[in-house]
Design a protein around this ligand. Structure first.
Ligand SMILES: Cc1cc2nc3c(=O)[nH]c(=O)nc-3n(C[C@H](O)[C@H](O)[C@H](O)COP(=O)(O)OP(=O)(O)OC[C@H]3O[C@@H](n4cnc5c(N)ncnc54)[C@H](O)[C@@H]3O)c2cc1C
Length: 356
């Protein structure tokens, strides 16, 4: 087999998007994963493509650009819905803080709304809110597969990467000779490279079908603080949305407990209770399953996108935003590798910020 120009390690949404944007530049790409497509965090999260929840700074610039790229992609059958997001408040002080944040979010459209006009089934405790029309949703596993299909990359599944060196990727299935390597191994991206990626666990509840109850992505204003917290202990903030199949997905919890995969009944109870506060009708709806995943968390809450060696690039550490940020990550890496003009300033995301 000819040596590919680029070997992407990881067939999650980020690796798949990298493969797609590199192939668009005419490079030959091989993708390697020890499991299947989207078998890591991509298959264990949700699919929100959010600009509303980002505070001003480099991640917001990434999110705004990525939102536009998602709209241009036009993949069929990935359940992309430009349905918009509603952030809700329960007091005038909370509304004031939300409005103040919105005023600083360059590139993000939003308007203060009467929340029950947007979501008629909200509970009486909700008193205010803002609507964000750019927020979208996608089915992450279908999207990862669509990126790979469109890239026409050679995909080697069931193949574990065991070592890296200039021009070679060592795997359980032999050595791949390659030009450039992209480390897109998600929450495991530090294992062979030393990058400080850590798991941040999250649980999701899935209900039986209740079409029409929840029409947009709805989350409490406290969510932004929960996402941005650097504390290891449990951070909770209600997030509720429906899928095209009619189920309601209920999050969100965040905690750094290593790769502990034990289901926590107290956390699941809290998720359910906070969702019922937002939508009281959920009290009578059956939860059909719960699942968990590990967000790839970085100490400064920014992904690593860039090179640490002339042959070794990284695309990892997107924490709870890897689905939304996948296209911009792929596009940015393609520019860095081919030398074309990047669509955002790559400097804040350089993996060298953690040392060589
Ligand atoms: C509960 C929860 C909710 C979330 N909700 C959202 C959301 O609404 N919107 C959003 O944007 N993001 C969300 N996220 C975050 C998002 O899921 C992640 O940021 C994203 O999936 C990361 O993708 P990735 O491709 O970097 O990693 P992964 O999907 O984990 O892919 C990495 C791949 O690398 C492979 N791999 C690892 N080590 C090796 C090795 N040695 N050899 C070969 N292969 C290897 C793995 O098998 C895996 O397939 C959520 C996450 C969780 C847990």
């Amino acid at each position: 087999m000819d040596a590919p120009d680029v070997t992407v390690l990881g067939a999650g949404i980020v690796g798949a998007a990298c493969a797609y944007y590199l192939a668009r530049e005419g490079l030959s790409v091989t993708v390697v994963d020890r499991g299947g497509i989207a078998g890591g965090t991509t298959g264990a999260g949700e699919g929100n493509i959010l600009v509303s929840d980002k505070e001003p700074g480099p991640e917001l610039s990434l999110a705004v650009r990525s939102n536009r790229l998602w709209r241009e992609l036009d993949f069929p059958d990935v359940e992309l819905e430009a349905k918009g997001g509603l952030v809700v408040t329960t007091s005038p002080a909370e509304q004031e803080a939300l409005d103040a944040l919105a005023a600083t979010q360059t590139g993000v459209e939003s308007q203060a709304v009467a929340p029950h006009d947007v979501e008629p089934h909200l509970g009486p405790g909700v008193t205010g809110g803002r609507f964000y029309p750019q927020d979208m949703q996608v089915q992450p596993m279908l999207a990862a597969a669509a990126f790979l299909r469109a890239s026409k990359a050679s995909v080697r599944l069931g193949t574990t990467v065991t070592g890296l060196a200039r021009g070679r990727v060592e795997t359980t299935d032999g050595v791949i000779s390659t030009g450039v390597v992209i480390n897109a191994m998600g929450v495991w991206a530090g294992e062979l490279t030393g990058l400080p990626v850590m798991p941040r666990r999250g649980f999701i509840l899935v209900t039986s079908k209740v079409p029409g109850l929840v029409r947009h992505k709805v989350y409490a204003a406290s969510y932004v603080a929960a996402v941005g917290s650097s504390e290891a202990d449990l951070q909770m903030s209600p997030v509720v949305e429906s899928t095209q199949a009619g189920s309601v997905l209920i999050g969100s919890s965040r905690e750094r407990v290593g790769f502990d995969s034990t289901m926590s009944l107290p956390v699941l109870r809290q998720l359910a209770a906070s969702a019922v506060e937002l939508f009281p009708a959920l009290a009578n709806v059956q939860v059909i399953r719960a699942y968990k995943g590990f967000r790839p968390y970085m100490p400064d809450h920014l992904p690593a996108i860039g090179a640490t060696e002339p042959w070794l690039y990284h695309a990892c550490g997107h924490e709870g935003a890897g689905v939304g940020l996948a296209p911009v990550t792929g596009s940015l890496l393609a520019s860095l590798i081919t030398g074309s003009a990047p669509i955002v300033d790559p400097a804040p995301f350089s993996p060298l910020r953690f040392g060589a």
